[in-house]
Ligand binder design. Structure first.
Ligand SMILES: [Zn+2]
Length: 154
């Protein structure tokens, strides 16, 4: 951390404590060159990820909404809530790691489908039918046939 007085690059931390609300760490530093002291704050950067919906409108990413969609697809299926939560967590983490500010809702949908495909085929088809909004029975059948072909291969 550069010294604000002499621009020296090296400083040592002489005191470190949480701010009252616990959302930041306040560090007292001392310049190794001129010996003057200054304070730095370390904060978690709160990045809000916006989801672009099919109609072009934006909505803040909501993990619980994502999880609800997964739960709905897995209704009465032998999938544990822990597995569903893990999918939601992994996807949320993956999205955060992308460091994007905006992401298409269809992209998130594809990520969920990727995971459901391995977990439970019925849940996968249910989710896909909502997410891809199969407009006619043919695309729906095509999706199931694709699934069956992949299954035969593996
Ligand atoms: Zn200095």
């Amino acid at each position: 951390m550069r010294c604000p007085y002499c621009e020296n690059e090296d400083s040592k931390v002489i005191d470190s404590r949480h701010t009252e609300d616990g959302r930041a760490i306040r560090r007292r530093r001392e310049c190794e060159e001129c010996g003057r002291r200054f304070t730095t704050y370390e904060k978690v950067e709160e990045v809000i990820l916006m989801v672009i919906k099919k109609d072009g409108s934006r909505q803040a990413f909501d993990r619980s909404k994502l999880l609800n969609g997964i739960i709905r697809a897995c209704e009465k299926r032998p999938v544990s809530i822990a597995d569903m939560e893990k999918i939601a967590d992994d996807i949320e983490r993956g999205l955060n790691n992308m460091m994007e500010k905006e992401v298409e809702s269809t992209f998130i949908g594809e990520l969920v489908m990727e995971r459901l495909k391995d977990l439970d085929e019925v849940a996968y088809v249910r989710f896909a039918s909502v997410y891809r909004q199969f407009t006619d029975i043919n695309t729906f059948v095509a999706e199931i046939e694709k699934l069956l072909t992949n299954k035969k291969k593996s």
